[in-house]
Design a protein around this ligand. Sequence first.
Ligand code: C2E
Ligand code: MG
Ligand code: MG
Length: 765
Amino acid sequence: MPPRSKTPFSRLLRRAFYAFVATGLLSFATLGVYSWDREKTDTRENLSIFSGFLASATQAYFDDLGHGLDPLGQLLQNIDVTNNPEAARPYLLKFQARYPQIRAMAVFNTDGRMLINTASKPGTPLPDFRRTPKYLEPFKAALEDSALYTVGQPEYGQVIHEWRFPFRYTMRDDQGQALFLIQAAIPLETGMYFMRNPSLPPGSIVGLLREDGFQQARWPIDDPNKVYLKRLNGPLIKKIQANPSQQTGYFSGYSPLMFTEQERLGTYNHLATLPMYAYVSVPYNYIWYKWWKQNSPVLGIFLLFIAVFGSIAFWVRIHERLHSEELLHQARSDPLTALPNRTGIEELLENQIDASKHSGRTFSIMYFDLDRFKDINDSLGHGIGDQLLIEVGKRAKGVLRRDDILARLGGDEFLIILPDSTMNAGTNSAQRIIDAFEAPFILAQQRLKMSCSIGIAGYPDHGLDRETLLKHADTAMYEAKRLGGSGFSCYEAGLGKRLQQRLSLQSRMHDALVNQQFQLHYQPIVDLRSGRIIAVEALLRWREANGVSHSPAEFIPIAEESGLILPLGEWVLKTACAQAKEWLDLGFELCISVNLSTRQFQDLDLTEKVTTVLNDCALPPACLELEITESAAMLDAETTVAVLGVLKRIGVRIAIDDFGTGYSSLSHLKRIPADTIKIDKSFVDGVSEESDDRAIVHTILALAHALDKHTVAEGIETEAQKQALEDAGCDWGQGYLFSRPVPADEFLALLETMYHAPQKIENMK
Ligand code: C2E
Ligand code: MG
Ligand code: MG
């Protein structure tokens, strides 16, 4: 089968689909990039607002605490806290109660000795940090710092046993000399409560970063040691170090010390007075998440469109393909018989040739054609003709192998491919088909006896390509037809040439008829006893312009094959009757014999044509004898009897020519209304000797007389033959002994001498 071709519509649809997908993807990509950018900007702006708020809130929070410690310092100085630390406890606790984020309050001497700690009960020994530089150094730095308060780095509180950072206030005298230091311990977990903003996106990190690179506070946190004890080196620190003067900004990247190692986006703001930055960051996932939330409906709709469009395109494509396959199938099959048609079988034949080329196996093809199908169509109508073709297809298929392919080429021509078969197998199949035609076809209550002619050609012997194989099978089929039909013929070299010669002869005959190159010769039929002419046989002659003469035995069968015999036979009939009338007018009352070919005999208009010719020539019907061969007479018994009956009623005489050469059925012969039996020359040849021929001639004569028919012996060449026939009781004779067939003028000369008394004719009537 040929490759499935796409229809223009499905091609268009496919392109539209691709264009839709491409445009969709492009739009979606553009929209995606744009909205990603927007989401990032939005997130950055929101974070920036939050980090700004955080910076000012933290500054305010610390300032509030710092300003609160100022009056407390005055109070503690008044009660001389340095010498009466326990007296300060109620004030410290009161202050602590006002600021719930403070876990403990402590007062230190300027040398770093802890005087009181609200987290320790009165009288409990207090820890002494003076020999611990880790504690003492920031403490001293705070004492020296001129700011209202200082915020220390987070550390683990020895007294309160939790992570906290120290908020320190130094009380000074009027000269600015440090008197003592009040320290508030702010636990990280609870102290920086405002950093826990529940409305922040999941995964957010909020924090305070000191300018020295340490964290002041962060939320959330999993391991304080990891976060508070090391200087951070993430993207924020890098950004700040690169731009120390920048008060606000954003950062992005991976933070190895963050509890998640995701890429993040964040913003930061410097606190108004404190050396710290407030920052907030979110993982990029969050932006993706927002982006996805924003774009997924669009993507969903787009995918839905693709799915719907794709489904429609697919559906259309499938239907188009089914439709085009259906059309292709229709284009390759014969609507009447449902067999492959010419196009179909030619493709299959090509495939078979390809397959055989590869496998090296032989196969054969058979061209088969019904004999006289045209007559069925003409006489019984095309409806019956069509039914017959269907039945023929079924019958042929019934005797073929499963793999054999039967196709109808058109009209009454069929072709069969016999894969993997030899010529021998081909002839067996052909014979089976011919045998299958033995039984008549019964259509519309009519029994139709059909036969077929089959031509066989084999691959590779008779052709390597489709055209050659088909041509040779066709040639072989013509040969089978030429041999009389109802048989098969295998292609052989030279057959084509012979066919060509026949075809050329056919066309030349056609021209000859137009150019009146045909001629009639006349051979007398004489009364054996008197030797007088009592009848004449018209015999057709053809001499071409180049002088080549052809015998009727050569060209009549070809004229029959081509159908030319019908106009040619009509011409013979007219010419012979006109000639007979001419002689009649001259006083020679002769019966003229005209040969009818089988094909003419089957012509449905035969009787009408005969009547017309007789009328046109004004020849009495009794002066015309139509000769049909024995085999033609036996072809279709019913029809023969009917046609001859009509001819008889017209008054025309009937002769059975070449009697003895066919396979006559005696019972049938009895029913044929023939007047004359012409004994074939092959029996006459040996009639004068003691031979089988002689016995046969005697039998024919006895039979003819018993059936009350006249007898004419054909081809009498010797006196002995004439004598033997006369003695045997044969009525009339015809042969070179009396005269060869001669042109009309010469025949007239014969008549002058050999014409007999007219009463003889009377006897013949
Ligand atoms: P046929 O009808 O049996 O004609 C007799 C044939 O025997 C003629 O051959 C004739 O020339 C030949 N013949 C007659 N006497 C002798 C003889 O003594 N010795 C020999 N050797 N032959 C003799 P022709 O003319 O060659 O015709 C051959 C056949 O062609 C005819 O056989 C007839 O069947 C057919 N034919 C001739 N003319 C026509 C025609 O107009 N129409 C049709 N359908 N067939 C024709
Ligand atoms: Mg004859
Ligand atoms: Mg004959």
